[in-house]
Design a protein around this ligand. Sequence first.
Ligand code: CDP
Ligand code: MG
Length: 700
Amino acid sequence: MESKYMATTRGENGGGATSVKFSIKRKHEAMASSPIMEKKIHLTAATTQQVRQTIAPVLLTSKRATIEQHQKSLPVFNCRQRILKELELNDTVLIMSETGSGKTTQIPQFLLHAGYAKNGMIGITQPRRVAAITVARRVAQELAGGIGDTVGYTVRFEDVTSKRTKIRFLTDGVLLRESIKDRLLLKYSAIILDEAHERTVNADLLFGIVKEAQKERRRQKLGSLKVVVTSATMDIDHFGKYFNCRGMYLEGRTYPVRVMHAKEKQEDYVHSVLVTLFHIHRTTPRNHDVLIFLTGQEEIEALAHQIRQLAKVDLAGSTDLRVYTLYAQLSQAKQLECFAPTPANIRKVILATNIAETSITIPGIRCVIDCGFVKEKSFNSADGLDVLKSVRISQAQAWQRTGRAGRDSAGTCYRAYTKEEMESFPEATQPEILRTNPTAMVLQLLALDIDCNNFDFLDAPSEEGLRSAYKSLDALGAIKIGSVSHITPLGRQMVQYPLDPKYSKLLLTASTFGCMEEILSLVSVLSSDHVFISNSDKNEMASLAHAKFQSKHGDHLTLLNVFNAFLKTEKPKVWCHDNYLNLRSLTYARNVRRQLTEISTGMDLALNSSDDIEMLKKCILNGFFENIAVLQRDGFYVTVSGNIRAKIHPSSVLHGKYKPNYIIFTEIVQTEQTFLRQVSEISIEWIKEIVPFVKNIPTR
Ligand code: CDP
Ligand code: MG
């Protein structure tokens, strides 16, 4: 039965899969624009073996010799002199090379040993927390020091650095926030902007900010700021023009990857992925580890559960399969699990989001299964709302995912989409700045006294989007629009929080509503995803356990009930388990709360508390007035901004027979249908009382 599925999942038509020499295609793309070329590094079978043998022990011990051997085996090692020379002659260098060639872990060490840390720190930005943390730990290990000593990291809500720290990994968001206080980035002698191809909004802003800081430091003779922009795939021409500098392309070591396409369009890619996995499991040696690309936490956890169940009952004896998951919301310890080697007779299967695309390298992967989708935030400037949805990956992403199978030997990539489908994928991923709500960005720039209209963007967001962002910030009271727009004192306070402006506003006004403690908790728990656990096996028991937290007022109060109970419990682990709640998410929320409280007390906000539910909901409305929705006769809701038709998400406590006339929501999710998540009931009178400026309320 399963072989039938196989045929639909993968393209073996014509008796042959297309064999694509991965490195050649990519090299070709890069060479077209790269002025400098490094010699190709060929690895023979013997050296591959050596590399494999060296990497694993490095993770366990930290013997100097093994580490040096490992470092020397990395492609970037041979280019060390070249990179340092380029950087000596120029302020900015672009470096492009395959994932796993040593950019992130080695270049900071090159700079350290070349003496760059004498006049300031070496900062390396990462688009993701996970990457910043794992890589910092790795480099600390290579330098034989503890984390937080010579090597440290700073991510949102966590700082592991000390006075002695010379190499500092940080998320691009953190560096951006630092630049608000220190426009010239004087703490740093060098900044490595890593994973530039990811093009997060924060990274895009940093490009402009470091460029400006370089210029200003030169002008004021404050010591140069060296900038290295690195990436696995990057439009070197575009970046080169922007930074007015040259690019280096370092040939990595990659092996051919056989590419298998689905024969026909797949209705259910999760199912295709599952079938393909078990086909691989039956037909390939156990040491061929599998990396599966999926879109997000829920999908990953559900499939992981399914695979584990199936592996248990498979009479062919498939228990020799170990499943790991990897996504941003996972705790650090869990994220690190998939890096540990498994015994040779046990196959490692990793279910990951696009985290595993470039920023993280897991050794031993021989097969990749690519579902062809990615969860992306996108924004519609007409309604001003960010929508999280699954979209097709770009062709560049598809190749990047494919490449993960050819890291330490030849491999295979199974694509759950047809060749024709792939041709219709966009060529490259659109930079985030062109597809998300620019509100937070506009405010952040205004805090730096930069008007978006004068900022040197690598790619500028649409004028329409910017206009709506200015309008929205004006409505929040964060800025004053005029011939020269400027940030208000409230706006300045808002940027102190590492949050979306709406959430910051909520916190800043909470004490005037008398419910600061409650809002601190609410914002914290909202910034952590998936508090409730439900899996198909135990759904009923989970619902029963969750019922006692339910509030008829809506999801915000329900979440608050959960979080308050969590904060009180003495045995959080057992308690979460018994109540089908996510210990990880709640612990994360508790940490966030601590940080937000610190920032709030730093601004002298009164930490008052109230059990007046109406007041609390009014306070939420005050921050989220753009997220009001009104019930229609046909049971749908229509949002105030943008007139989007949507339903209440099935996970909401307000999903069901009773439909309130007016609601406030915190998130819009779009799958096949559009849903409003985290919903609370409000009344039309409150709208008139609290946010009278909200007009165009849809009629019922
Ligand atoms: O940044 P790039 O993708 O070029 O490579 P990297 O992250 O510096 O990793 C270089 C090599 O170090 C990888 O190929 C892995 O073998 C190893 N590494 C590791 O074993 N554990 C880590 N946490 C990071 C890197
Ligand atoms: Mg890297």
